[in-house]
Design a protein around this ligand. Structure first.
Ligand SMILES: Cc1cc2nc3c(=O)[nH]c(=O)nc-3n(C[C@H](O)[C@H](O)[C@H](O)COP(=O)(O)OP(=O)(O)OC[C@H]3O[C@@H](n4cnc5c(N)ncnc54)[C@H](O)[C@@H]3O)c2cc1C
Length: 376
């Protein structure tokens, strides 16, 4: 049930934010049309490391939102039972063995928040976190966060879309790119490249890295620090690593079918930008990631490339999420954030609440799009 006059909503973008919000709205009895410019999960959500966490330092409101995000995944995991695409094996993190090492400060901060954290020496890792070559862990040791996990977003999106469609939600993927229609100062629906019009009481723009440019067409500003990213997936391999690893040269996340997903800051920087939306990935970069991963895994197994995903990774200008209605254009809602795996379920829940009820949820108070207007 929804308690204001919002009966129809158009959601643009079938990544995790769009799909999660769409299904929550459908559960409330709202008629939702979800528009995507291709198959669902064909953006950042289809090539994400998807480590579910609130590790390290950030503002308290952001930490709370992430913890609520993890909470929703725990509920889903207990409802699903065994699934090979959602798991909470914990996360192990260590820093470089140089002046940049912040493991001490990070650990103190996490403990101060009661974020589940264990400080482990290299020797202790073998018993608590199987699958790691502990000789690569520096003398400062590592932090193990037993409550962290990972999700395979395409699998989650598929599950949510099945429910969305069973509730009567309409998914349109063949109509090309969509844009928000603004008439008389408010969002009234969307128009797709093939000329189709979709009228609605409210619109959610959830087009991942394209959000800032799309709101700019309506004269609005959202700060943008979106980089290009690279995610490498390995061929199947029997290996004892279950936890997510975050190490100075590579992050490793187990994935369905006994595979691993890998990414790293340095490898992102090596991606070449060609024409708009096209990228070049050098074989040396991919091999470098496979080698770095092999180095930190127990037994230093030979890792083989199954495939990679390359493209933009949405990151707002100040690093914090951007959720909610544009104050200048009633009915025009946005979702634009990094850590969209961790936030995916909670963001959909809170955005659907705001769209359906017209109330602004206090958990999103620090993450409003209008904060960029003052700075513009
Ligand atoms: C390499 C990498 C590592 C990451 N690691 C983590 C992590 O460890 N933990 C974590 O929590 N998060 C992580 N993230 C972030 C997380 O994956 C993203 O924040 C999240 O997937 C963004 O989802 P989205 O729905 O905003 O965007 P997307 O998944 O990009 O979805 C947007 C959709 O909109 C469609 N679209 C775009 N323009 C239009 C248009 N005009 N009309 C119609 N459709 C359109 C696109 O095709 C796409 O399907 C990572 C991301 C990447 C890329």
């Amino acid at each position: 049930m929804n308690d204001r006059s919002i009966k129809t909503v158009v959601v643009i973008g079938a990544g995790i934010f769009g799909v999660s919000t769409a299904v929550q709205l459908a559960r409330k009895g709202v008629a939702v049309t979800l528009l995507n410019d291709g198959p669902p999960a064909n953006g950042a959500s289809g090539r994400s490391l998807s480590w579910l966490n609130s590790s390290r330092m950030r503002s308290e409101p952001y930490h709370r939102l992430r913890m609520a995000g993890i909470d929703r995944y725990r509920t889903l995991a207990s409802r699903l039972g065994l699934a090979d695409w959602l798991s909470f094996p914990g996360g192990l993190t260590w820093d470089a063995d140089d002046a940049s090492n912040e493991i001490d400060a990070a650990f103190r901060h996490e403990i101060s928040l009661a974020y589940d954290a264990l400080r482990l020496s290299a020797g202790e890792i073998a018993t608590l976190v199987p699958g790691v070559d502990s000789s690569t862990v520096p003398q400062h040791g590592a932090i193990f966060n037993p409550g962290e996990g990972w999700v395979d977003l395409p699998s989650l999106i598929k599950l949510l879309l099945a429910e969305f469609q069973a509730l009567g939600g309409v998914l349109v993927t063949e109509a090309g790119a969509a844009r928000v229609v603004v008439e008389a100062g408010r969002a009234t629906g969307a128009e797709t490249a093939d000329g189709s019009r979709f009228a609605a009481d409210a619109v959610l723009l959830a087009t991942g890295p394209s959000v800032p440019a799309m709101v700019a067409e309506a004269g609005q500003t959202i700060g943008d620090d979106t980089p290009v990213s690279l995610l490498v997936t390995t061929k199947p391999l029997q290996h004892p690593l279950k936890a997510v690893l975050n190490t100075p040269r590579v992050a490793i996340r187990p994935a369905p079918g006994n595979t691993f997903c890998l990414d790293a800051g340095w490898s992102e920087k090596e991606v070449e930008r060609h024409a708009v939306g096209s990228y070049g990935v050098r074989p040396e970069t991919v091999q470098g990631l496979l080698d770095e991963a092999s180095r930190v895994l127990e037994g230093n197994p030979k890792l083989e490339l199954a495939g990679y995903g390359v493209g933009r990774k949405p990151i707002p200008g100040d690093g914090d999420p951007v959720f909610g209605e544009l104050q200048a254009i009633p009915g025009y809602f946005v979702a634009f954030s990094h850590s969209g795996a961790t936030l995916g379920l909670i963001a959909g829940e809170l955005l659907a609440y705001e769209i359906a009820t017209g109330e602004r949820h206090p958990m999103l108070a620090q993450f409003r799009p209008e904060r960029f207007v003052a700075k513009a």
